[in-house]
Design a protein around this ligand. Structure first.
Ligand SMILES: [Zn+2]
Length: 276
């Protein structure tokens, strides 16, 4: 599943490709992708004639802002967007097509069919699910150390599980949680409320640095993730712990272990990351 850096890469690419384009009409081939409104004809009606202003992001959700309406899109496992000339053949698994008045089309393809789209009036999107329950945005200027430590305070669950919970901090999934915990030298199973101030600072810094470096690299290409222009992200070559089980730790040479925390495959160095 794409995490924050991958969605941010898609956002930047999409913004360059579609900002300023006017939607002529919309074709929906798979109704279940459209979660709001209930009626796909209403969905198409509400978008027709509107111009895309900018593409923004909240957590792992894309927010496509148009004049008078907002489209919230989640790619889930394998959803992806691509811009095509209208006369190019439509690929299999293309579920939604936004036909622009300049002869191009934004096509949403999703082999697994888990992606979602919600339409809102501008500003209304933050009052309802799926955006209403999201936690701190780790690359925003208002993601302060105080807010981060207050969010973890009193949580008697494993730190990895807390970080994966989108209600606390958004956008960091399995890959970037493992990377951040390794960088901060925190064991994934340490209980969140037992982290020392020093560990909290290290983890706060590690989350920001890991996400920023990955955004700069265009995200990671684990499995089939490809960004909006079909380019591969390069951050997977910089991963220090994720996917490196049985290999030597880059810091100390110990053998990296893999276990399961909160139902997720978890990579850690038994020497560098000890429960405090
Ligand atoms: Zn190590």
């Amino acid at each position: 599943m794409p995490e924050l850096p991958e969605v941010e890469t898609v956002r930047r690419t999409l913004n360059e490709l579609i900002a300023g384009k006017k939607i002529d009409r919309v074709t929906v081939n798979l109704a279940r992708i459209i979660q709001r409104p209930d009626d796909i004809e209403q969905f198409a009606f509400l978008l027709a004639g509107h111009t895309i202003q900018t593409v923004e992001r909240r957590g792992k959700f894309l927010r496509i802002l148009l004049d008078g309406v907002v489209l919230v899109s989640h790619l889930r496992m394998e959803g992806r967007y691509g811009l095509f000339p209208a006369d190019e053949p439509v690929e299999k698994h293309t579920h939604v097509i936004f036909h622009f008045d300049d002869g191009t089309e934004l096509r949403y393809k999703d082999v697994r069919q888990f992606g979602t789209m919600h339409l809102f009036q501008p500003g209304e999107e933050f009052q309802s699910p799926p955006l209403s329950k999201l936690g701190l945005e780790p690359l925003d200027a208002d993601f302060t150390f105080d807010k981060f430590s207050a969010t973890l305070a009193g949580k008697k669950t494993k730190i990895k599980s807390v970080l994966l919970n989108q209600a606390y901090v958004v956008g960091i999934g399995n890959i970037y949680v493992d990377e951040s915990l390794f960088r901060a030298k925190v064991h994934p199973e340490q209980t969140a409320n037992t982290l020392t101030d020093e560990q909290l600072h290290a983890l706060y810094d590690a989350i920001i640095a890991t996400l920023q470096e990955s955004v700069e690299a265009g995200g990671s290409s684990i499995k089939s993730y490809v960004n909006g222009q079909g380019e591969m992200g390069m951050f997977q070559h910089q991963l220090q712990i994720y996917g490196r089980q049985s290999k030597p730790c880059v810091e100390c040479g110990s053998v990296i272990e893999k276990t399961v925390v909160g139902g997720r495959g978890t990579h850690y160095c038994p020497s560098c990351q000890q429960v405090n």
